[in-house]
Design a binder for this molecule. Structure first.
Ligand SMILES: [Fe+2]
Length: 389
């Protein structure tokens, strides 16, 4: 996040004495990406952010084991059929992953414990329900259609307001707006489909009292439970360009062409070896001879995972795909609209149909995705053959 933000109380200069009302010093903490060479924020704690009193290893779960997509085939997974369980951290049902990114689905009403992912940024897409995201930077209210981007190392927790469903993207690195949307110094350019005004971030400090507070920490080596002497939500102020934020998919301004535009026009974020795209309701392609759904395509360098979040997906009619479904179209396989879909949409256009109501989140990975046990448990085995009917 290249945009400077200040929340709560901070001293006039960085790294100077900053005192509490009782005369003691606040503890300054730098959260900085890429060592000291990229975006960062300075946080001012009431207590030492270094004070831990216990460290316990947490056993990895069998549910985190990935299987190669062999024999290679397109896949359809029905997240609608996955059971609710756990919370938005421990209840992640692993759908797919590789060394760059892990993609999971979660459905729960339970609040999570405190959590810090030190492997990379997370982007949690709220598919349904409402949830409060609480962190050392403050709180954010999130609801249907929100992407919540959580920087690496942010201590946070999720408190659902009723049942919440979410698609969770865990990156092995940072998730950022695409470079081509930004000026040399990081401002969104005029052609970008969203801008600073569309992003929401914490606006006031969030403090909590407590001692001996456990925090689940994910690292490349595994999971650890660190117990902090004081509650980590003790920040009275922070400033900088690194913080969690939310962006709602309905604030994405779709780019529409006369003839069909490829998915890069839908790109929303980029991560290490993957992109996240938003397919939003929009006018259909308007050239008089347009074919306003995708052409068959073989992305030789990427696997495409699509989460169908809402609306009506004309190109997939007859495939069994519904809201909540996830499709995986891997490299090595040419995919496209279901048989008859092109003729059906052209007929709909003749009848006066001018818009698509599709709403979907797509993650394209540049290295093959392996399959998670949760995905395989809700796979529609007939999907691969639906183009041959
Ligand atoms: Fe595709």
């Amino acid at each position: 996040m290249p945009y400077y933000r200040v929340v709560g109380e901070v001293p006039r200069k960085r790294h100077v004495q900053f005192r509490r009302p009782d005369g003691g010093l606040y503890a300054e903490e730098l959260m900085g990406e890429e060592g000291f060479s990229s975006d960062s924020s300075l946080l001012y704690h009431r207590h030492l952010p270094t004070a831990i009193i216990k460290a316990e290893a947490v056993e990895p779960s069998e549910a985190a084991v990935l299987t190669p997509n062999l024999p290679l085939s397109p896949r359809h997974f029905r997240t609608q059929d996955l059971p609710d369980g756990g919370d938005l951290v421990t209840g992640r049902a692993l759908l797919a992953g590789n060394a760059d990114v892990r993609l999971s689905y979660a459905a729960t009403e339970a609040p999570s414990g405190l959590y810090r992912n030190s492997m990379g940024d997370e982007c949690v897409y709220i598919a349904g329900g409402r949830v409060t995201f609480e962190s050392t930077y403050g709180a954010l209210e999130a609801g249907e259609g929100d992407y919540v981007v959580v920087p690496t190392g942010t201590i946070h927790r999720w408190v659902p307001r009723g049942r919440v469903t979410a698609l969770v993207v865990e990156a092995a690195g940072h998730i950022r707006p695409p470079k081509r949307y930004l000026s040399k110094y990081g401002q969104f350019l005029e052609h970008a489909p969203y801008c600073e005004r569309d992003l929401r971030a914490p606006s006031e400090p969030l403090t909590a009292e407590g001692e001996e507070v456990p925090v689940l920490v994910r690292t490349r080596g595994g999971l650890t439970r660190l117990v902090y002497r004081n509650h980590p939500f003790d920040v009275v102020g922070w400033d900088g360009c690194l913080y969690p934020y939310a962006f709602n998919i309905n604030d994405f301004e779709p780019i529409v062409k006369g003839i069909h535009a490829p998915p890069p026009v839908h790109q929303t974020f980029e991560g290490p070896n993957f992109v996240i795209c938003s397919f939003c309701p929009r006018p259909l392609d308007f050239h008089p001879e347009a074919v306003p759904i995708p052409y068959n395509h073989h992305n030789v360098d990427s696997d495409e995972l699509m989460f169908y979040a809402g609306g009506d997906y004309s190109a997939r009619r007859g495939s069994g795909i519904d809201v909540g479904s996830v499709s995986l179209h891997p490299a090595g396989f040419t995919h496209g609209p279901q048989p008859g879909a092109v003729e059906a949409v052209l007929e709909a256009v003749r009848q006066g149909h001018t818009r698509t109501s599709e709403l979907a989140v797509m993650i394209d990975t540049f290295r093959p995705l392996d399959l998670g046990p949760a995905a395989l448990s809700v796979e529609d085995p007939a999907y691969a053959w639906t183009w041959s009917r």
